[in-house]
Design a protein. Structure first.
Length: 354
């Protein structure tokens, strides 16, 4: 049975809000952001491996990160990589992976999982994926996992579902990141979940959806039918992938399909999108300070997150609610309230300091 289980780890993002640790050359999924001794992509692989055979776990990433993936995931070989020669959002990547997997196993069910999320209760996560796999084997449906909101977060998309007594709910609609007032309203209504960007379906169901909703993209990649899982695959993708529209799986497929279902889950999830979200998930001292890698003394300091190179000695005095990040060649110090400006700050640093 498990031979029909497949996973695709999405590992092509740059994680620019985690600058200066996350860079174009070495994005956050290849860093030990949590101080566990393992990178985020390694944590993700090991989590999926609890349910899915190693050989059935594929990694989708940008061509430039090929060697980084192989360095971090020594258990896989190059045949398990889906190398994107151009940035085209998530829909083309999902279609590519579904076609490649279908060529290997037409009875496959697959999960699409980000490479850089935090999941506290991994056993519950595995149980939830198994529930979704079982449902997708029996029915022609597209599934996603929905996180029960703990507060009116404006950084996540929301999914409205039909109230029912069944464990798996029919999806009514998707809403992009709402404003605070709308997010509060969603929580009060009680039939909304956060969109975690974790999807499950059979290869047959998702290929059928692409044929219906994105026929041009399907036609482009379907020309590679004889190339999948052969030495010709990379050359075909290099030539044809950039012909695909730049569109997300949410907008291109999920928001258009009529057979979308959601499983409400509670396994301690965080998308680790910002330094603030990382701070929320890490253990804190009595003054709510967090240290990753550093040997640190906090004096008259509260609510800070400090991340340095391994073993760096740091004294922080008189600072409250700051982000302090040190890499080999850069130090960033800014109030947590200003973390949404990190993208602009990194652009300024690139222009003025290089």
């Amino acid at each position: 049975m498990k031979n029909n289980y497949y996973a695709v780890i999405m590992a092509g993002g740059v994680g620019s809000r985690f600058w200066p640790v996350s860079t174009q050359e070495n994005p956050k999924q290849f860093h030990d952001m949590l101080g566990t001794g393992k990178s985020l992509i390694q944590n993700t692989f090991e989590r999926l491996e609890k349910l899915i055979p190693k050989k059935n776990i594929l990694v989708a990433t940008n061509t430039r990160y090929k060697n980084l993936v192989l360095e971090h995931l020594t258990e896989i070989d190059e045949s398990q990589l889906l190398l994107e020669p151009a940035m085209r959002n998530t829909a083309p990547c999902v279609l590519y992976s579904a076609m490649k997997i279908s060529n290997l196993n037409s009875d496959a069910v697959m999960v699409i999982a980000p490479s850089d999320h935090f999941i506290e209760n991994e056993d519950e996560f595995v149980r939830n994926i198994k529930t979704a796999f079982d449902a997708c084997k029996k029915q022609d449906i597209l599934m996603t996992l929905g996180i029960k909101p703990s507060h009116p977060n404006t950084g996540y998309g929301y999914i409205k579902y039909e109230l029912s007594s069944t464990e798996i709910k029919k999806v009514k609609n998707f809403t992009e990141k709402p404003n605070l007032e709308k997010a509060k309203q969603f929580l009060q209504e009680g039939d909304y979940l956060w969109n975690a960007g974790i999807f499950v379906w059979s290869v047959q169901s998702i290929l059928k959806s692409f044929k219906e909703s994105l026929p041009e993209m399907y036609s482009v990649l379907n020309q590679g039918l004889s190339s999948w899982n052969t030495p010709n695959e990379v050359a075909f993708i290099d030539e044809n992938y950039r012909k695909c529209d730049n569109i997300s799986i949410d907008y291109g497929i999920m928001e258009r399909a009529k057979n979308v279902y959601i499983l409400p889950v509670e396994f301690g999830w965080n998308d680790l999108g910002t330094w603030g979200s990382l701070y929320d998930k890490l253990s804190k001292d009595e003054n709510n300070n967090v240290a990753v890698n550093a040997k640190i003394v906090f004096n008259n300091a509260t609510g800070n997150i400090v991340r340095t190179q391994k073993g760096k000695k740091v004294i922080v005095q008189g600072l409250n609610n700051f982000i302090i990040v040190e890499t080999e060649d850069t130090i960033l110090i800014l109030p947590k309230l200003d973390e949404q400006e990190i993208k602009q700050i990194s652009a300024i640093a690139t222009e003025k300091l290089n």
